[in-house]
Design a protein. Structure first.
Ligand SMILES: *[C@@H]1O[C@H](CO)[C@@H](O)[C@H](O)[C@H]1NC(C)=O
Length: 650
């Protein structure tokens, strides 16, 4: 009898699969990594799929020159297609949204059978195609192949740690300067395979490396793949024709790496020590700051409340005719003065409530996404699972958005409830979708494969209107049905005069001051996320992300509460929009950061590239604006309710 120990990891896997079973989504959309390995017998065909070609940092200057991706079978590339034409491989929604365009290829890989110098096809490049290909080579475009779900990579040695790792993708050609641009037409494919528990009939793919080279075969009948040949230089002069023969070799090498850890080499963390260091550094600063601020504030508040309630006592004593104690305290200062106005509805309550509903929706979505990621659902072996899960969660959480928006609007005493119900699921998503659509038009115009296909657009609109909007309506209905959130103090008929405020409490300085701290909490992680977005690096440091997200929430809440406290002390009771906008200013810093990143790491020669970059950055910043603004508002709301409930009024 063999008894299996119940390990923590299997407990986590169990919990995760229970969670999975409880979700109404199709199970095929995600699976736990390590659940479905494919075993091959020697000689079995292992499919090689090709994905869109993408720019990576150009080797000559380390700078990204484009954001446009192109289809592998772009007519100007003339890559060899299968005899019966390329077919597209089924992908998840998130995978399509994030730019995967996976197709079949003519490469024949037979498990554990070496092949040397197989010929694919012969193509003649006209001048126009040559110019296009050379442009791609100059900009550092790379080919992205997938063998058994693993990206074909190149082996790179990390200068800092000396460890070797696989960087996905390999270059179309080499730009050697002085117009000597070599086009790669031969691929040495090295596939590492692992024998499952010594069984020679159960072989699994655990690593894929491709070494491309440029071989100019003088005699088309003597194609020998020898590396002695000159490089292929495409003739870009008008009327120039360059014949190119595509060839490849396949080498299978046995490996000790097991299937479960085959991704480790791809998920190489660049400078992990520096990453940890800067993260802990910012975490300590943030926590220290927040704790100091909070402790000072709690003390001041306690004093305030005690003073106000003592004053109350004195006033009562006054009324009952006993001698009044005069200790010099006066009631004509501080936040208590605005008790009759602090819960007065803000201007434009409809817009604010719609933003807050969407913010709540984003907040919960982000939380769940990071949780799923920590549980391992979003492993890179599961292509596009991140995008899919975000779209699905956002859709399903439409209910939360509707509910939050309705409750806030009701608390504001809003009356246009029909408009609120309609705008909550339409305004913010509509805005985001419109911008997304406009940017997509740019990609379409440039024949980029990054353009989301029309059918996918329709699917998104379908999901939005068939699932998200009704769910949001349902949430709104529940929200409007429940009792209005009562304010702890009565609001006066006539609004108080607001005295002029000091400089740092003026709207713009206070916003800039408040926004910088939450930004500081996420700024290190942001750098890695941007690298993974723009340089197609695999992002998987969800532990770091979780920490940062937590830090951002805490800072955002704490700083906004502090600002609201100062504002109320200055007898300014227009805190609702101020809290939302001040916390939302974090997004302005995020946008600014994206611009600095542009200057330092990217260089676009085309207008389209710049427009796309600015457009996507603005889109992401806008979502951050809604998210952080809502965190700021809700924490301030909680805070004001708390403090005004603790003093006696009248
Ligand atoms: C295939 O080629 C690799 C690398 O040259 C070699 O290590 C391996 O033994 C070869 N396999 C077979 C089955 O010949």
């Amino acid at each position: 009898m063999v008894s299996r120990a119940f390990s923590p990891s299997s407990a986590a896997a169990l919990a995760a699969s229970l969670l999975l079973a409880a979700l109404p989504q199709p199970a095929s959309a995600f699976y736990l990594p390590g659940v479905a390995p494919t075993s091959y017998k020697p000689g079995d065909t292992v499919p090689l799929y090709v994905n869109a070609i993408r720019p990576i940092a150009a080797p000559r200057d380390g700078v990204l020159h484009s954001v446009m991706s192109y289809d592998y079978y772009h007519p100007d590339l003339h890559f060899c297609a299968p005899a019966d034409g390329p077919k597209s491989v089924g992908e998840s929604l998130g995978s399509i949204l994030f730019g995967d365009r996976i197709m079949t290829s003519p490469f024949e890989l037979k498990m554990a059978q070496n092949e040397t110098c197989k010929q694919l096809c012969a193509v003649t490049y006209e001048a126009e195609s040559s110019q296009f290909v050379n442009m791609l080579i100059e900009k550092g475009y790379s080919l992205n192949w997938l063998v058994d779900g693993l990206p074909a990579g190149q082996e790179i040695i990390d200068d800092l740690t000396g460890t070797e790792f696989y960087s996905p993708g390999f270059l179309i050609g080499q730009d050697n300067g002085n117009n000597a641009i070599a086009f790669n037409n031969h691929y040495d494919i090295v596939v590492e395979y692992h024998e499952v528990s010594g069984n020679p009939d159960q072989l699994r793919v655990v690593g894929v490396l491709v070494q491309p080279s440029s071989l100019h075969y003088e005699d088309p009948n003597a194609v020998d793949c020898s590396l002695q040949h000159q490089a292929v230089v495409l003739d870009t002069k008008a009327g120039g024709k360059t014949p190119v023969q595509f060839t490849y070799s396949v080498y299978w090498t046995p490996s000790k790496t097991v299937w479960a850890t085959r991704w480790d080499k791809y998920l190489h963390v660049v400078e992990p020590k520096i990453h940890w260091f800067s993260l802990i550094n910012s975490a300590i600063i943030v926590v220290f700051l927040v704790l100091t601020v909070l402790s000072v504030m709690v003390r001041t508040l306690k004093k305030d409340i005690a003073r106000y309630n003592r004053l109350d006592q004195i006033n009562l004593d006054d009324l009952s005719g006993t001698s009044a104690l005069d200790d010099g305290v006066q009631e004509d200062s501080g936040w208590k003065l605005v008790h009759g106005d602090v819960f007065r509805a803000p201007t434009h309550p409809l817009l604010l409530s719609v933003f807050l509903g969407n913010g709540a929706q984003l907040f919960v979505m982000t939380g769940f996404t990071i949780m799923f990621a920590l549980l391992g659902f979003l492993s890179p072996s599961n292509r596009g699972s991140l995008g899919t899960i975000m779209v699905l969660l956002y859709t399903v959480l439409g209910f939360v958005g509707g509910y939050a928006s309705a409750r806030v609007y009701k608390a504001f005493g809003g009356e246009k409830w029909k408009l609120n119900i309609a705008l909550t699921p339409l305004l913010v998503p509509g805005l985001v979708f419109s911008v997304f659509f406009l940017l997509d038009l740019f990609l379409w115009a440039k024949q980029s494969s990054g353009a989301v296909p029309f059918t996918t657009m329709l699917v998104i609109i379908g999901i939005w209107f068939v699932i998200s909007v009704p769910l949001s309506f349902a949430g709104s209905w529940v929200g409007f049905r429940s009792a209005a959130i009562e304010s702890p103090v009565h609001t006066n008929q006539i609004p108080r005069q607001i005295p002029p405020v000091t400089t740092y409490l003026k709207p713009i300085p206070s916003m800039l001051l408040v926004g910088i701290l939450p930004f500081g909490a996420i700024f290190v992680e942001l750098y890695f996320i941007m690298n993974s977005i723009w340089f197609s690096k695999i992002y998987y440091m969800f532990g770091f992300l979780f920490l940062c997200y937590g830090l951002m929430i805490i800072t955002c809440a704490a700083v906004t509460v502090l600002m609201v406290y100062f504002l109320l002390c200055a007898e300014n009771y227009h805190w609702q929009w101020r809290a939302f906008l001040a916390a939302g200013t974090t997004s302005l810093y995020i946008f600014g950061n994206a611009m600095i990143y542009w200057i330092s790491k990217l260089s676009f020669s085309s207008l389209a590239g710049s427009v796309l970059y600015v457009g996507y950055s603005a889109l992401i910043s806008f979502l951050f604006f809604i998210l952080t603004g809502s965190i700021g508002f809700f924490s301030s709301w909680w805070f004001t309710r708390k403090i005004y409930a603790s003093i006696k009024v009248d």
